[in-house]
Write a protein that binds this ligand. Structure first.
Ligand code: GLU
Length: 284
């Protein structure tokens, strides 16, 4: 039987809190009980928001909780070249295009007669730059206009054909390639995006089971599409419920009293923190 490889992939934009500790526990626990491998990956492509000090704190918290990982931690910002190669492969297939729209341009198109369609995470990008005349596109690129790169989801869908992915809680899910529209595949400020780097890294690290919060379930439709286009192996998924506080609100990095550090400083033991996370997940 293939050995199980899971991962925890935090973005170091704040300290570990009970919700993210639960996510880490699911990956660690699944690997641990199966005698598999548990990896940690730091998803720090957003170089403005991610901080080394948070990365250190998260790793220290994981160690304190007893979620020891195998091998070296992979830090995404050290691997931009890996994502660049895959970006080139998608470009060669004619599946990406430069988008010069600002946030304000996109916001202005909301509510317009042919404005964006609603998506699970807000309005979808209306595709303005997808239909930009080639000449205009070239001129803007030559003039050095700031841009991101987007996936042409329609073309990508046609090329990939049907696909599905397996979620341990929900069963087989038919891929909806256009669910999030023409997603950003490389940001203006970073030569990759969450979708691209997570798919590349799950492949490079041989991940067989992705455990993560159900807030990214819609993104998994995009990841399945990219995996199919790139001929990657597809991991299984287990999207778990998100932990909420007594008022039913999701734990977030802003809830300082719910950080693992605050719990440790209040005298709780690692076991008590893990039990609290498991209990909160059962109640969510
Ligand atoms: N870096 C993402 C986060 O912190 C991880 C999502 C995933 O595990 O794919 O939400």
């Amino acid at each position: 039987m293939m050995s199980l490889i899971t991962r925890f992939a935090p973005s170091p934009t704040g300290e570990l809190h009970l919700g993210s500790a639960y996510s880490a526990w699911t990956g660690w626990h699944r690997a641990h009980e199966a005698g598999g491998t548990f990896l940690v990956r730091i998803e720090d492509i957003d170089i403005r928001r991610c901080k080394r000090q948070f990365e250190m704190a998260i790793l220290a918290d994981l160690q304190w909780l007893g979620f020891t990982w195998d091998g070296e931690v992979r830090r995404q910002s050290d691997h931009f070249a890996d994502y660049g190669k895959v970006l080139d492969a998608l470009d060669a297939q004619g599946l990406i295009y430069p988008c010069f729209c600002s946030r304000a341009d996109i916001a202005a198109s909301v509510g317009a007669p042919h404005g964006p369609l609603p998506g699970p995470d807000g309005p979808l990008y209306p595709g303005t730059c997808r239909t930009l005349p080639l000449q205009e596109r070239r001129e803007r690129l030559r003039a050095g206009r700031e841009h991101c790169l987007r996936l042409d989801a329609g073309r990508a869908a046609a090329q990939a054909g049907p696909y599905r992915f397996f979620d341990e809680v929900r069963g087989w899910i038919e891929g909806e390639p256009q669910l999030l529209g023409d997603v950003v595949i490389a940001r203006k400020d970073t030569p990759t995006s969450y979708h691209l780097s997570v798919v590349v890294d799950d492949q490079l690290q041989g991940i067989t089971l992705v455990t993560r919060g159900e807030d990214v379930l819609a993104s998994t439709h995009v990841h399945g599409l990219l995996q199919k286009l790139l001929g990657y192996d597809q991991p299984r998924y287990a999207h778990h419920r998100l932990l909420t506080d007594a008022a039913g609100r999701r734990f977030a990095k802003r809830d300082r009293d719910m950080t693992i550090r605050a719990m440790r400083e209040s005298g709780m033991t690692p076991r008590q923190v893990v039990d609290a996370a498991i209990r909160a997940a059962a109640e969510a």
